[in-house]
Design a binder for this molecule. Sequence first.
Ligand code: SAH
Length: 211
Amino acid sequence: MYKQQRYELVESLRLKGISDELLLQAMIKVEREKFVSAIMKPNAYKDIALPIGYGQTISQPFTIAIMTEALQIKKGDKVLEIGTGSGYQAALLYQMSAKVYSIERHIDVYNEVLKKFEKLGIRVHCKCGDGTLGWDQYSPFDKIIVTAGSPSVPESLKKQLAINGRMVIPVGNMSSQTLKVLTKTAPEEFEIEDIPQFAFVPLIGREGWKE
Ligand code: SAH
């Protein structure tokens, strides 16, 4: 189902300048409609953000593509995702042959996504907790992707990034953020590139927005 819509979505992303073939091929394979509620399925291939319940959203495909492309994922990369949400982003990374670790703070969202991964045979290491603190046990990570907006870049995540690793994180206020793309050049040194004007749900935690 929806194969044609998937191709059309990927073509529209190409026209908007997305060129990472590993990502585009994954977007052709991963069935986005399986990550949204029944009522939202007809909208699954529109380039818009969709509600996934509990006040959370699955990001717009173009935003997901920009963030994932910025990570420069290579097969076998160890990737930490903060904010599992619907599981769509994690499923894309898994389809791109990354080893995916994903943290979700909301217990109901977490339980639902675990069931979904099980059913779809998507093997992602999941944990319920505060992702602003990272997942030290499995660090360093080649790539880190934060899918909720933060007031700043959490120090724990900076520490857990491998040298030459890349992190993408929306930073700003509650209503608008800039995507920061960090490359770790030395233990305490980062090159930072900005992609302006995005809007994500808030990252809530010890090193994010306070509850
Ligand atoms: N990557 C998701 C997008 C989910 S929206 C997808 O593909 O659908 C952002 C998610 O981040 C929400 O589910 C929210 O509950 C979660 N979140 C917010 N603060 C968090 C934190 N400190 N740690 C882990 N998850 C968090």
